[in-house]
Design a protein around this ligand. Structure first.
Ligand SMILES: NC(=O)CCC(=O)C(=O)O
Length: 311
């Protein structure tokens, strides 16, 4: 039974590596160098599950991996990318040093790379975005996702954070196609909005991957719950990749990067320190979930609208 739209690539087994990156400090060049080194280590199979699964096909970095996380930092660290959907991107001519490092890493290691997120300034509107970039094993920049839902929360006595002080939210739903799967994109707070992952799943994504950085208040309550819920809602694989926790930093990340399968089972999870996780993404679990619990073909669009069809 096919529940996917035509055009999505066939879903094949692949290996995913998630880098829960540490040592993210004020020195951008040092952050990039460390990320580059960890990509090399992930590609060589270092980390939890690496010996079992072998070389990863796709490697993921966390949210805001090249800069400290905080609204005062975003404009200072922002880089210009100027990616245009559907047009070939010239990495050599890019003004973004992070794009160059990530492109080189993907090409040298021969892997797909979801480069976490970085602060991005768009010269056409002067806005700063929280942006993910994705690279093919040839080093091409193939997709960009600007965080749609900005992290503006205020839990008295616990945490107040306002990304919208300096960031603007993106306005598109994005995915990229590989030779093994269609992968949907989002960033951290985006996971709280079920519509985004629902639209990605209905667009044929087999796997959703969101770099993210929850905190010590909402992390223990909601991080795993949201990832497992979105995986089960949509019967997709779902992974979130956090920075490692650094109690000397201005923002304390929850960590606990994880990979969940379409039945909601956790395949692998980190603690709070720097870690590389490896997981095998197997279409059989995806197909079995959809065949056994066929919610993808039982929807009642006569009762409620299909959000993936737009308003
Ligand atoms: N970086 C973020 O978007 C954090 C989101 C978060 O912590 C939450 O509770 O949601």
């Amino acid at each position: 039974m096919s529940t996917l739209p035509p055009g999505a690539p066939a879903f094949k087994p692949f290996n995913l590596a998630v880098i829960q990156l540490g040592q993210i400090g004020a020195d951008k060049r040092a952050n990039l160098n460390h990320a580059r080194d960890m990509i090399r280590r992930a590609a060589s199979g270092e980390g939890v599950g690496g010996a079992k699964h072998g070389k990863p096909d796709l490697i993921v970095l966390p949210e805001c991996f090249n800069s400290p996380y905080g609204h005062v930092h975003f404009p200072v660290y922002a880089e210009t990318i100027e990616f245009k959907q559907g047009e070939k991107y010239n990495v050599e001519a890019s003004k973004s040093e992070s794009v160059k490092v990530l492109s080189e890493a993907a090409k040298a290691e021969g892997v797909w790379l979801l480069g976490g997120s970085i602060p991005e300034k768009d010269p056409s509107d002067g806005n700063v975005y929280n942006t993910s970039t994705v690279y093919s094993p040839q080093g091409e920049l193939v997709a960009v996702h600007r965080k749609v839902h900005l992290f503006d929360i205020d839990i008295p006595g616990k945490i107040k954070f306002k990304e919208s002080e300096t960031l603007t939210g993106g306005s598109t739903v994005n995915y990229f196609d590989t030779e093994f799967a269609r992968v949907g994109l989002g960033i951290c707070y985006d996971v709280r909005f079920p519509e985004l992952s629902m639209i990605s799943a209905r667009q044929g994504c087999h796997v959703l991957i969101y770099p993210g950085a929850f905190n010590l208040t909402t992390g223990p309550l909601h991080w795993e719950l949201l990832v497992r819920a979105r995986a089960v809602d949509n019967q997709v694989y779902f992974s979130m990749c956090s920075p490692a926790r650094d109690l000397t930093a201005g923002y304390h990340a929850w960590g606990h990067s994880l990979v969940v399968d379409p039945m909601g089972s956790k395949l692998v999870e980190a603690e709070d320190g720097e870690t590389i996780l490896h997981a095998r993404i197997d279409p059989k679990t995806f197909n079995d979930a959809r065949a056994g619990i066929p919610v993808t073909v039982q929807r009642r669009f006569d009762v409620y609208p299909d959000v993936s069809k737009g308003s």
